[in-house]
Design a protein around this ligand. Sequence first.
Ligand code: C5P
Length: 216
Amino acid sequence: MTRPLIIAVDGPAASGKGTIAARLAATWGLPHLDTGLLYRAVGLGLLDRGGSLDDAAAAEALARALDASQLSDTERLTGRGAGEAASRVAGYPGVRAALLEFQKAFANQPGGAVLDGRDIGTVIAPDAPAKLFVTATPEVRAARRWKQLTARGEIIAYEDMLEDIVRRDQRDAGRGAAPMVQAEDAVLLDTTDMDIETAFDAARRIVEAARAKHGL
Ligand code: C5P
């Protein structure tokens, strides 16, 4: 039996990994999970209930109770506040444990899948035949994110966006539980000087090479 095509796309915020993952999924007709949405839903859920982001037990309880209906308001989930809240709750091992099985099951569905996040290639799908680590300089990522958020009406200064990005990178890479790190067998894709078409094309070629290598 051939192995399912699992494509793991990791990297920091606004590196282009989400768009790349969605387009890879469309290319091979695979289901796609943006795993950041899970952590965003937990962080926002906590804030909506008037809870504190320091409350690890409450965050874990919300993560255990998370259901698909809480992932549908992507406009709200992808806002600035949710990203910060997500990265706070994502540091709690109990939250990560609560979300683990769902993500593993998604990755291991028979036909294959594309997942993007921070720990897909290292923790969720360590055996994935295709792994990418997508990155870009913090300045370029902040500019991209600033453009996206201001285009939909959020008012934010570029300098504040850059500060957000750098702080989130440090928190995500520095935490003890499943830190953001390039898997040993992941291919690095630096999109700093690429537009999305060029970046997607490079990603597609990386996956084609992985498919050829694994006979998929
Ligand atoms: O990718 P996105 O910016 O939506 O992720 C929001 C936050 O969720 C990240 O900053 C990170 O702290 C957390 N996250 C994670 N593991 C993942 C996906 C996201 O810790 N697989």
